[in-house]
Design a protein around this ligand. Structure first.
Ligand SMILES: [Zn+2]
Length: 107
């Protein structure tokens, strides 16, 4: 997946952040109330997205590592667990959240 320039959910232009130390590019959409998404890509790697992180609330972040093909739920109470990996479909935020909830119940 190529680094997108616009948020897949609200089509806003995403904020870009360049981390010089790691030569990593971040693109974020965090101004909307309904969703908070971040894409991370290594600059050398043709801007191919490595990580997609969705902050569900102030306690929980969902991270897809497209390179390692892992799906991890991280929460502030130090709990971290893996879900079966699936490619995130980014056209509908509610649909994606619905799918995740199903996975969380059955894993
Ligand atoms: Zn957005």
């Amino acid at each position: 997946m190529k680094m997108p320039t616009h948020c897949p959910f609200c089509k806003d232009v995403m904020l870009t952040d360049y981390e010089q130390m790691w030569e990593v590019l971040h693109k974020k959409c965090s101004r909307r109330l309904g969703h908070n998404i971040e894409f991370v890509a290594e600059v050398h790697d043709n801007d191919t997205v490595d990580v997609i992180a969705i902050k569900v609330n102030h306690k929980k972040i969902i991270m897809w590592s497209l390179f390692h093909r892992t799906l991890t739920i991280k929460s502030t109470d130090a709990l971290e667990y893996q879900l079966p990996f699936f490619e995130p479909e980014l056209f509908s935020y509610p649909k994606l959240m619905g799918k995740l909830k199903t996975y969380m119940v059955f894993s």
